[in-house]
Design a protein around this ligand. Structure first.
Ligand code: XMP
Length: 511
């Protein structure tokens, strides 16, 4: 396996993505958790040093363990990683002085080099630069293989030792041939690209068995892709040692609770507790209209309820569908807490409260890999391809006070909308789609009568990770047909709008 040492670049995760696409198994670890003992234990076949925001010229700035350079394994340094490598091997790095480069640059070849096979076929290569410092003297043994106007050492290597160092970021989209460079690098390190989901499944099952032994494990099942895949994987590994708790807070979509219970209890034969706590949640939410208050109430009740059902089982382990992007420790140097836009609710806080250890069998996977694993485990496409659904559920799609009648209207409108999207074959092109019921009533006319009913907003966005999003460009025909259906089929709604806000400045959910 390959080790990526993270020096805090914004794009370190993309290195892992590129390698996974090449079917190479890799892990990212922050530089401050990687010491010599760790490296001996990890036994990497190759190491990549990521970029980062610090300056190697600053006293106390991050370094790589010196041992790395004595292990005889291939190394690739990127941006800050290149500078660290040069610095630790006896070269020199200088700050600024007009040689900072941000954005597109073109690299001109100097000599041919194994990791550049497939490069420079059409002359100079476009790359993406983002650096303030630059290498001003390369270390002994290194030679130059590519230069750019502001980076005389854009590509350097000590071929005899298999050390490679580049100033630009081959992992980003704006280095169009970047994957080729990674492909050449992993090939020379001896990776054959044989890491598959089947292999992952086997490894993960063995690891779960080893971790939990014959103890009991509980798992919060939401019906979302992540917790569903985690549950099925765990069930395959430990069978009846697993109990799933499905908290029904009364804020689920139409038919959702039945679907989840049928799938996991009847189809998979799992031990599943269906915690019907609608009264409790809706009771506590009664009269509350502030978004953060609602989220806090739901978050707290969720933990209480989970605790109530799970504690009697006496489980020593809590399983969570945590994904890779959630676990990579951010190595941010900027410091200072970021502003809370929304307090996201998950089962965080539970392990401490219940004194349980965590089992996180998906913590090495990206979202689309979780979907692949789900398919590998035989979960139906309709489950694996589901849009994300937030923990607080319909509460955050019902701005203002939450009442049962409003939730009922919302569920019906949402079901019609999703049905429309499926019928038009658009479901898989959309990251997430839902209806929000607005806290206003407007006047309309139906037949010969006046109506005074709720307005709703349709939302549909495209996104890669939910961090940024754009509204989905439905045709006017689709929107018109959907509005007509909702007004005709859902009593209580007489006006339909389409939300065309991107994120930022909007968020995906309405609260
Ligand atoms: P926003 O509204 O912040 O949503 O743009 C981004 C993504 O996160 C989901 N979301 C949540 N998921 N608990 C969750 O599990 C939450 O509290 C929560 N709030 C938002 C949202 O559905 C979208 O996919």
């Amino acid at each position: 396996r390959l080790l990526i040492i993270d020096f805090g670049s914004q794009v370190t995760q993309l290195i892992a993505r590129r390698l996974r696409e090449l079917n190479v198994y890799c892990e990212i670890h922050p530089y401050n958790s990687v010491d010599e003992a760790f490296i001996s234990g990890f036994a990497p076949r190759a190491v990549i040093l990521s970029g980062g925001p610090d300056s190697v010229t600053r006293d106390g700035s991050p370094r790589a363990p010196q041992k790395l350079f004595e292990m005889g394994i291939p190394l690739l340094g990127i941006c800050y990683g290149q500078q660290v490598m040069m610095h630790q091997l006896g070269g020199t790095v200088d700050s600024g002085h007009g040689t900072a480069e941000f954005g597109r640059a073109f690299v001109t070849p100097q000599n041919s080099l194994n990791i550049l096979e497939g490069w420079f076929n059409d002359g100079d290569e476009q790359v993406w630069m983002s650096h303030g410092d630059h290498v001003s003297k390369i270390a002994d043994g290194f030679e130059v293989y590519g230069t750019s106007p502001n980076a005389p050492y854009a590509i350097t290597a000590d071929v005899a030792r298999n050390f490679y160092a580049v100033q630009f970021h081959p992992e980003v989209h704006h280095t169009p041939n970047g994957s080729k460079l990674y492909e050449n690098f992993v090939k020379l390190a001896g990776f054959t690209g044989d890491w598959t989901m089947g292999a992952y499944r086997e490894q993960a099952i063995a690891a779960i068995r080893e971790q939990v032994g014959d103890e009991q494990v509980i798992c919060g099942l939401s019906g979302g892709v992540d917790s569903s895949v985690a549950a099925v994987l765990l069930h395959e590994a430990i069978g009846d040692q697993l109990t799933c708790v499905f908290v029904d807070h009364g804020l689920l979509r139409m038919g959702e609770a039945e679907e989840v219970v049928t799938m996991f209890r009847d189809h998979y034969n799992m031990k599943l507790i269906h915690a019907n706590e609608q009264e409790l949640f809706l009771g506590e939410l009664d009269g509350q209209s502030d978004p953060e208050t609602k989220r806090k109430i739901i978050g707290k009740l969720f933990i209480d309820v989970f605790d109530k059902y799970a504690r009697p089982i006496g489980a020593k382990f809590l399983a969570q569908g945590t994904l890779y992007p959630d676990v990579i420790e951010s190595v941010s140097f900027s410091g200072g807490p970021s502003v809370t836009i929304k307090s996201h609710h998950n089962v965080g806080g539970l392990p401490e409260k219940m004194d349980m250890a965590l089992v996180e069998p998906l913590r090495e996977l990206f979202k689309d890999e979780v979907r692949d694993l789900g398919r590998e485990l035989g979960l139906p496409d309709s489950f694996v391809g589901r849009h994300p659904f937030p923990g607080p559920g319909l509460a955050i799609r019902c701005p203002g006070e939450i009442t049962r009648p409003k939730l009922e209207i919302l569920r019906k409108a949402d079901a019609v909308y999703i049905d429309q999207i499926r019928k038009h074959g658009l479901y898989d092109d959309i990251w997430q789609a839902f209806v929000a019921i607005l806290p206003v009533r407007t006047v309309g006319v139906m037949g010969d009568g006046r109506t005074y009913d709720y307005a709703c907003a349709l939302r549909a966005v495209t996104s890669v990770d939910g961090m940024t999003a754009d509204y989905f460009p439905f045709s006017h025909e689709f929107l018109g047909e959907t509005a007509t259906r909702i007004i005709n089929e859902v009593e209580g709604i007489n006006r339909v709008t389409y939300d065309i806000t991107s994120k930022p400045p909007g968020t995906i959910e309405w609260e």
